[in-house]
Write a protein that binds this ligand. Structure first.
Ligand code: HEM
Length: 403
């Protein structure tokens, strides 16, 4: 017996954002959040679970150890792959495991991702962004900002972090682009994933033989096996590349669509910190997560049964008017503290300080170098990553000055 209110009719997860603005979540999500911030949802495989759209519900779920992240327990919220068709989590993947396995990896990695360490990488981010902006200038517009800037900058920062030797970086970057599916077929992308695993194993062997000053070398002093180290290397690339690249690409698109905001960022460098938090909130590129209840849980007046999957809509939570005033407005001066764009709880993004450093440098530098930056195609022709796990743009054709 419980006092929990009777549950509403299950809905399907709204995924269609085609109707409106490229930066807004599907409009239906806002209606569902207003009606009921935690409500039953019908999953594509027929499972009846839950959908959390309110900021407080999403936050509470992510912080609650009675919910699991183990892939094998989750029902997948998107049409397409059912959970049984998902590949088993490779070793070193932190997002699909629970304590105590998760705690062991997380402890080993956390000390290597401190704010101080990541700030030390700022000088390298500055050099890498400058190099790429120089190359864009030499080339002349129009260029695809994704291929010229948004993707290579974070790819090279991952090289820096992992300690990929200079001589191997060009090859690594090509591989990383193929793994991300940039201008390659699905077969090429699949082949690149396999090649990446080989590259990571070779890199780990090289670091064991001759350690240098980087994360992988550092981790060879722990009790992690070679397979775990290679797995972690591959996972860091997967977790840190598409995310940051799409924040730069979609972030640039959002600023180009809000010229007064772009001007503010250009003329006031002190704005970079709040601007990046606001862009993270407003864009919520890692838009959706999922958890499974390990036991019966009463939350926000609802009874979630053991085994139920709960889809957490980060994008709906980050636009919740109960948390953020005027949530659908991009306002770079807003204090967006408390946004959930990096998740929350034990799985909260390990690389968030690195991502912040990259975004705080890369976005202002782009708009300062090219004050007349503009889209080289009509905004409706920018191909969006609709339906993908990480929202963003496939390409962003831009030009500047008389081109
Ligand atoms: C986890 C977003 C950049 C490494 C996460 C999660 C989110 C997220 C939402 C939580 C997933 C969950 O709860 O299941 C982002 C965004 C980024 C970004 C929006 C860029 C703007 C990075 C970078 C790295 C990184 C640069 C590292 C190089 C990780 C790792 C995890 C993670 C290792 C797993 C943590 C765990 O499960 O304990 N990220 N991320 N991320 N992220 Fe990021």
């Amino acid at each position: 017996e419980t006092d929990a209110a009777p549950a509403a009719e299950p809905v399907q997860l709204p995924i269609d954002r085609s109707a409106g603005c490229p930066f807004d979540p599907p409009g239906e999500l806002a209606r569902l959040r207003e009606q009921d911030p935690l409500r039953p949802m019908r999953y594509p495989d027929g499972h009846i679970g839950w959908l959390a759209t309110g900021h407080s519900a999403v936050r509470a779920l992510a912080a609650d150890s009675r919910f699991s992240s183990r892939y094998e327990l989750l029902h997948y919220p998107f049409p397409g792959a059912g959970v049984s068709e998902l590949p088993p989590a490779p070793v070193g993947d932190l997002t699909g495991i629970d304590p105590p396995e998760h705690t062991r990896y997380r402890r080993l990695l956390a000390g290597r991702f401190t704010v101080r360490r990541m700030r030390e990488l700022t000088a390298r981010v500055e050099e890498i962004t400058t190099d790429h902006l120089d190359a864009m200038e030499r080339h002349g517009g129009p260029v695809d900002l994704v291929q010229s800037y948004a993707h290579p900058v974070p790819a090279l920062m991952i090289c820096e972090l992992l300690g990929v030797p200079d001589a191997d970086r060009a090859a690594f970057q090509t591989l990383a682009a193929a793994v991300s599916g940039l201008e390659v077929t699905e077969e090429e992308q699949f082949a690149a994933c396999t090649a990446l695993q080989d590259t990571m194993r070779e890199l780990v062997a090289a670091k064991r033989a001759r350690p240098t000053d980087d994360l992988l070398s550092d981790l060879t002093n722990s009790d992690l096996s070679d397979a775990e180290l290679a797995g972690i290397g591959g996972f860091l690339l997967a977790a840190g590349l598409d995310t940051t690249a799409n924040m730069i690409g979609l972030g640039a698109f959002a600023l180009l669509s809000h010229p007064a905001q772009a001007d503010a960022l250009r003329t006031d460098p002190a704005l970079a910190e709040t601007a990046v938090e606001e862009l993270l909130r407003y864009l919520s590129i890692a838009h959706t997560g999922v958890r499974a209840a390990l036991e019966d849980v009463e939350l926000e007046g609802r009874l979630i049964k053991a085994g139920d999957s709960v889809t957490v809509s980060v994008q709906a939570a980050n636009r919740d008017p109960a948390k953020f005033a005027d949530p659908d407005t991009l306002d770079l001066r807003r204090k967006a503290t408390g946004h959930l764009a990096f998740g929350h709880g034990i799985h909260q993004c390990l690389g968030q300080q690195l991502a912040r450093v990259e975004l705080r440098v890369a976005l202002p530098a782009l708009f300062t170098r090219f004050p007349a930056l503009r889209l080289a195609v009509p905004p409706q022709d920018v191909p969006l990553r609709t339906g993908m796990n990480i929202h963003g743009v496939h390409r962003l054709p831009v030009a500047w000055d008389g081109q």
